[in-house]
Design a protein around this ligand. Structure first.
Ligand SMILES: Nc1nc2c(ncn2[C@@H]2O[C@H](COP(=O)(O)OP(=O)(O)OP(=O)(O)O)[C@@H](O)[C@H]2O)c(=O)[nH]1
Ligand SMILES: [Mg+2]
Length: 692
């Protein structure tokens, strides 16, 4: 591929709610630019960007994919992202590394929840953006409604073209920049020019005025000319558009049909007028060995700073890191420093990436994207730099997992294999977390939703032939006591030969929350000989692992050994260990034991209108509201909710808010379980003891 300077590169992310047509639009842009000979279809599994087996089978994007095309002397990098919130991590990393975002909106749906959420994230990154209103030929497509739903996003919306007819009567497009009309696409790359429909003249005039208005406002000279009543030239309009888009003053809107290939051509024509890496603010990097910050410009001769935003395991190539070079040039056959890991790495070969294809190249320059294979240490979020100028770029703030499941292998004996594979999958995907829960002896996997987890398990089944079952994770309950008690444990056996004899008196006392376990040796006069005291403590440490009510660990107690007796011949460490455990069980039963459950700090962010329903749902989950704060036109509810009530909360929140809400949760503290729930836990424990 030809070499392009940073001013000739455009880096675009395509983002939206699921199913709006991002992959189809990517495909149409590639086709119109001549990067492909045929317009692939998602439904046939023939697109460039949905190449993964899972994507082809499910007809939906799961991974972000990078594609390249060349158009009008420019190189365009396009990242097609998945729309389902289960894959939000991929969207997040894309928003972080692109320069411009194209939002796709389905003309029959208007702005949907996933698009709205991504829009707010793009605000956080201050990304310039464009909207492509897709599926204008679909039966329920609407023009006015869609436009007003776009306006609700809070930016100044400026259509650059208009559909001729909408829904089944859609027949073409009017370009408001060039003031030309085109017939709807017939699958070819070029649009067929037609005359502007006379009955649309008023509508066209009014939208053209809106366009020229906002363009004139970008520049004092243009504004003067405009107020003077002079016409702005095509070039003045496109220059003003570029300035306005770059400064995020307004958002241009294109109408069209991706699968019908009407409209992508007009969008493509506009891409050279989008900001290039050199048009945007410099990137801030930190020196690796101090807090000094430096500004990086997209200069191929500058110091090297490349950021890894994605790591995958390719079935053929092995580990592949995808990066963007922010400054300098990353060359094949070179040494770089991974300043995040503090390790030097040898770069073998760098490649450009187009869907599943890797295109060899000898270098990737500032402003461009590339990939490198087989680096031992490097992964997502790492900075690669010059060994003589160590810099760190800000890492991506990946969303935290919101759903957890216990996983077991379908085939006994596959435990170790499964856990190795799961760990590897979590290295590839920062939103997928694997944890071994020592207490409940379960492997817990956490992710962004059920689809996310199912896709990962399905990949594991196909790639490694290891099947897995999912279950609700056990709740890590705790037990403790309310009052003090004193009990004896006597273990005595006399069955011929040497017998067994251990005898202890224990006192149990409740301690404050969080104090754990305390053992006090208060034996006087050697009634329990010194050498058996560690055995008593050991017996207790084992006994507290399984409380008498639910078999959960016992916490926040002090156990005092204050009396006992022994036998010259029959006493042994084992006998005292058993005696201690017997005394403990009896004493615990006598000390008003109760069960405690983990309480989580939950933060739910929702649009105003769902407040009532979300509050009452949290109440139904035994939640206590700790506060409500408005933020960015939404409400943030903070609540304390028992973990036992939070299983599948992501699914329920999605259904209450039509996917417009989000939440985070973390452990806060332990609290007593209410009596009715405690009774259920106790009887379930008894039943499981009887059956085993
Ligand atoms: N009628 C019509 N259907 C379209 C158009 N664009 C896409 N579709 C269909 O809409 C469905 C979703 O299209 P995709 O391109 O996969 O949408 P996406 O946004 O990439 O979807 P995710 O990756 O799942 O988020 C597919 O069945 C497409 O054929 C269009 O312009 N008109
Ligand atoms: Mg897609």
């Amino acid at each position: 591929m030809k070499e392009y300077g940073p001013d000739k590169i455009r880096n675009i992310g395509i983002v939206s709610h699921a199913r709006a047509g991002k992959t189809s639009l990517t495909e149409a842009l590639l086709f119109c630019a001549g990067a492909t000979d045929k317009l692939g279809k998602v439904d046939d599994g023939t697109t460039v960007s949905d190449y993964d087996d899972e994507e082809i089978q499910r007809k939906t994007s799961i991974n972000s994919s990078l594609c390249i095309c060349e158009y009008n002397g420019h190189k365009i990098n396009i990242i097609d992202t998945p729309g389902y919130s289960d894959f939000r991590g991929e969207q997040e990393s894309t928003l972080r590394v692109v320069d411009v975002v194209i939002f796709v909106v389905d003309a029959s749906m208007g702005v949907e929840a996933g698009t709205e959420k991504a829009w707010f994230r793009a605000d956080d990154y201050n990304r310039p953006r464009i909207i492509f209103v897709n599926k204008v030929e679909r039966e329920n497509a609407k023009f006015e409604d869609t436009l007003s739903s776009l306006e609700s996003l809070g930016s100044k919306i400026v259509p650059l073209n208009l559909p001729i007819g909408i829904g089944t009567s859609f027949s073409g497009l009017v370009d408001l920049v060039k003031m030309k009309a085109y017939a709807k696409g017939d699958g070819g790359k070029k649009l067929q020019e037609i005359s502007i429909p006379a009955d649309m003249q008023d509508q066209i005039d009014s939208f053209r005025e809106r366009l020229v208005d906002v363009v004139a406002e970008t520049d004092d000279e243009l504004l003067e000319k405009y107020l003077d009543g002079q016409e702005l030239s095509d070039e003045e309009i496109t220059t003003g558009l570029k300035k306005g888009i770059t400064e995020n003053r307004f958002v241009p809107v294109f109408f069209g049909s991706a699968t019908g290939n009407s409209g992508p051509q007009l969008l493509l024509d506009m891409i050279p007028y989008l900001p290039s890496p050199v048009d945007l603010q410099p990137i801030i990097a930190k020196k690796a060995d101090s807090d000094e910050e430096i500004e990086l410009n997209a200069d191929p001769n500058g110091t090297l700073a490349a950021f890894v935003f994605k790591t995958i395991t390719d079935p053929y190539a092995g580990k592949v890191n995808f990066f963007r070079v922010y400054s300098g040039t990353l060359k094949s056959d070179s040494y770089v420093f991974n300043s995040t890991k503090g390790r030097e790495e040898r770069i073998g070969k760098v490649s450009l990436v187009h869907g599943k294809k890797f295109i060899d190249t000898d270098k990737v320059t500032a402003g461009d994207f590339g990939s490198v294979m087989k680096l031992s240490e490097t992964g997502t979020n790492d900075t690669l730099c010059d060994p003589s100028n160590k810099l760190i770029l800000k890492p991506i703030d990946f969303p935290k997992p919101i759903i957890s499941m216990a996983v077991t292998p379908k085939t006994q004996g596959d435990d170790e294999k499964l856990s190795t594979i799961l760990t590897r999958m979590s290295e590839e995907d920062p939103t997928f977390v694997v944890k071994r829960e020592v207490e409940t002896k379960e492997t817990i996997i956490s992710g962004m939703g059920e689809l996310h987890i199912n896709v990962i398990l399905s990949k594991i089944q196909k790639r490694f032939n290891v099947g897995a079952n999912l279950a609700q994770p056990k709740i890590p309950y705790r037990e403790t006591i309310r009052s003090t008690s004193q009990q004896q444990g006597k273990y005595k056996k006399q069955t011929g030969g040497r017998g067994q004899y251990g005898d202890v008196w224990l006192k149990l006392e409740p301690l404050e929350r969080g104090k754990g376990f305390e053992f006090v040796d208060a034996i006087v006069g050697g009634v329990v000989p010194r050498q058996y005291i560690p055995a008593v403590e050991k017996g207790l440490l084992e006994a507290i692992q399984e409380g008498v009510l639910s078999g959960s660990p016992v916490v926040d107690i002090r156990v005092t050994l204050y009396d006992g007796s022994y036998h010259e011949v029959d006493s042994s460490e084992m006998a005292f260990k058993i005696a201690a455990s017997m005394a403990f069980k009896k004493a615990m039963e006598a000390a008003n034991p109760f069960i405690m459950e983990p309480i989580m700090n939950v933060e739910v962010t929702i649009p105003d209108e769902y407040m009532g329903e979300i509050m009452s749902d949290l109440n139904g989950r035994r939640g206590r509201i700790a506060g409500v704060t408005p933020s960015n036109g939404r409400q943030v509810i903070r609540a304390l909710v028992p973990l036992a009530e939070m299983y599948r909360y992501s699914v329920d929140l999605r259904s209450i808010t039509s996917d417009r809400g989000s939440f985070t949760m973390e452990f806060s503290h332990y609290e007593e379980v209410p009596p009715d729930i405690s009774a259920k836990i106790v009887s379930a424990y008894k039943a499981s003891n009887q059956s085993s």
